[in-house]
Design a protein around this ligand. Structure first.
Ligand SMILES: Cc1cc2nc3c(=O)[nH]c(=O)nc-3n(C[C@H](O)[C@H](O)[C@H](O)COP(=O)(O)O)c2cc1C
Length: 201
């Protein structure tokens, strides 16, 4: 017997995540799909930054970035990531931990082409996370890549998606007097079945 119902109902954590995000889209002032993505560097030092979650697939979470950025290198080195998404308007969070692989095929091409022209040119102009001498230097680079790529820039080879396949997903909802509800989906590997556990707040 489980006392899991309401916003926690159902056994598919991806379906619950999609439902919560759809609710947050109605109540958040902006970027309801923002996630704090954590990685670990070669010295074991944790790192975190916001990125936008672009797809909740049947069995994975996808975001896009520059593969040569700090996060891109850390993800390539460890093959692992964690993220949390938090909605103040709903007083809820979702936590995810898992392994990552690149999405650099037609799906990444399609997402890149859906971005505005300025964003696509920006991806060509910015060596994300590298030192930059001035804003002027960046704007000069934007002008240079605009002259080179025109109005139809293709996806840069160093830019694309990461797909996070979770081994842990936790749904957290605020409760009165800090008696929050927490349910954790956990599996030893992506080919194992989920074990679902209520956790103490
Ligand atoms: C709300 C928000 C959304 C962001 N979305 C992205 C994103 O989807 N992809 C990305 O590469 N950077 C995004 N950024 C910028 C990152 O937080 C970060 O500055 C950049 O990716 C460099 O991180 P790194 O040096 O750790 O690689 C976003 C920042 C904010 C505040």
């Amino acid at each position: 017997m489980s006392d899991r119902d309401g916003i926690f109902a159902g056994d598919d954590p991806f379906a619950i995540a999609r439902a919560w995000l759809a609710e947050a889209e109605k109540s958040e002032p902006n970027d309801p799909n923002a996630i704090a993505l954590s990685t670990v560097d070669a010295d074991g030092m944790p790192n975190a930054r916001m990125v936008l979650l672009k797809e909740i697939e049947e069995a994975a979470f996808v975001f896009y970035t520059n593969y040569e950025s700090a996060k891109g290198r850390e993800l390539a080195d460890t093959g692992k990531a964690a993220f949390v998404m938090h909605w103040k308007s709903l007083r809820r969070q979702i936590r995810v931990r898992g392994t990552v692989t690149r999405e650099e095929g037609p799906q990444a091409d399609a997402y890149f082409s859906s971005r505005s022209l300025k964003s696509r040119l920006g991806a060509w102009a910015s060596r994300q996370s590298q030192p930059l001498s001035s804003r002027g230097a960046l704007l000069a680079e934007v002008a240079r890549v605009t002259a080179r790529h025109g109005t139809a820039p293709h996806r840069p080879p160093y830019w694309g998606g990461f797909r996070i396949v979770p081994v842990e997903v936790e749904f957290w909802a605020d409760g009165a007097y800090r008696l929050h509800d927490r349910f954790q989906w956990r599996r030893a590997s992506p080919s194992d079945a989920w074990e679902i556990t209520r956790l103490s707040p």
